[in-house]
Design a protein around this ligand. Structure first.
Ligand code: NAD
Length: 345
């Protein structure tokens, strides 16, 4: 029997498939945007050049410099640019950092976002924004920042380096795994998360062997889309909150931080939701969720310790003290990169 539940979904238009970058201009027009500000990550310059030409008179301006965790000074400069060109829309091509910058603009100005994600971070499907100031990251939820249209073109991800690919998949898997134990977790988010995990693990295994396999890259992007929508509806829990604290305070790389922390959080949290744990294990083809994740990331050469990301033991202790909740064991193990055998609860 399905237990009673409450689920909130977030509406956006999704256009998915190889070559869909060419539909961006038509999609911008469909949104009713008259003056589009283009934001492009370093790797997406060619895609941005093509889009700029295709937008014709709808093109209003362009920002090429994006930085991780949306530093306030970068957000302020982008807002000023949006005002200067009188933008009523933002087209963001890139990973979570480019889309995060578009969200920072939408938070204070009346603009619609069209996102073209080129990593698996999933931000494009969520109404969650983040901004970092003075070593502290603030996040919030606001419907104004939810992209109205998302164009997923897997051809844009063919050159994503394997290391970045695997770390970004770890970020997406973190959305799936945490989506089964948050307060807002429900049968819809759980099923979405399980299918996302299946597509991500299948896509990753093939991509590691053949990085330019378009079917595998499509699986990864589809998994990222599902994982992002699971995150949007289920919200965040201890894992994401801890990663935001670490990323914002110590400027750690976002996706890699997820990879180091997730297996350790899964070790203690997943046993609280045995049925969902079993479904995820089946989807990931592993007998134990925590060690399965750890081994998957290790096999993909993603660092499985915070130490390898440059965090000192003292900083790990400091973060555990600052976190509202007992995460000392999780952080000790994540810092050292201990294989997460044996759940404690
Ligand atoms: P990123 O956007 O910083 O990209 C990582 C690197 O990969 C960059 O150097 C980028 O230029 C490069 N890159 C991106 N796409 C590429 C491609 N197709 N080919 C080659 N290189 C490419 O990193 P990210 O992990 O995508 O995003 C991290 C940020 O997103 C963090 O700030 C995080 O907080 C945020 N985020 C937000 C949400 C949300 O819901 N708000 C969800 C996930 C992540």
């Amino acid at each position: 029997m399905t237990e009673p539940f409450v689920h909130t979904s977030y509406a956006s238009r999704v256009v998915f498939g190889p070559g869909t970058l060419q539909q961006v201009a038509a999609e911008v027009e469909l949104l009713g945007v008259r003056r589009a500000l283009l934001i492009a990550t370093g790797s997406a310059q060619q895609a941005a050049d093509e889009t700029q030409v295709a937008l014709k008179e709808l093109f209003a301006g362009r920002i090429d410099g994006v930085r991780q965790h949306v530093p306030t000074e970068v957000a302020e400069a982008a807002r000023a640019k949006a005002r200067e060109v009188n933008a009523d829309g933002v087209v963001a091509i890139g990973g979570g950092s480019a889309i995060g910058l578009a969200k920072a603009i939408a938070l204070t100005a009346d603009v619609q976002i069209l996102a073209v994600p080129t990593t698996y971070a999933g931000s494009e499907m969520t109404p969650v924004w983040g901004e970092t100031s003075g070593g502290s990251k603030t996040t919030g939820t606001d419907l104004r920042v939810l992209p109205k249209t998302v164009v997923y073109d897997p051809t844009l991800t063919l050159q994503l380096p394997l290391h970045t690919t695997a770390a970004s998949v770890a970020n997406a898997l973190a959305h799936c795994v945490e989506a089964v134990w948050t307060e807002k977790a429900n049968p819809i988010t759980e099923t979405t998360a399980v299918e996302a995990a299946r597509a991500l693990s299948k896509g990753l295994r093939t991509t590691l062997a053949n990085p330019t396999d378009i079917d595998a890259r499509s699986n990864l992007l589809f998994g990222a889309c599902l994982a992002g929508s699971a995150l949007a509806s289920a919200g965040t829990g201890v894992h994401h909150k801890l990663c935001h604290l670490l990323g914002g305070t110590y400027n750690l790389p976002h996706a890699e931080t997820h990879a180091a922390v997730l297996p350790q959080v899964a070790r203690v949290k997943a046993v609280e939701v045995p049925q969902a744990k079993a479904r995820l294990e089946e989807a990931l083809q592993t007998h134990d969720l925590a060690t399965g994740l750890f081994d998957l990331f290790a096999a993909a050469n993603v660092p499985t310790s915070l130490q390898a990301l440059g965090l000192t033991r003292e900083q790990a202790k400091e973060a555990a003290d600052r976190f509202p909740g007992d995460v000392e064991e999780i952080l000790t193990r994540a810092w050292a990169g201990t294989r997460p055998e044996g759940a404690t609860r």
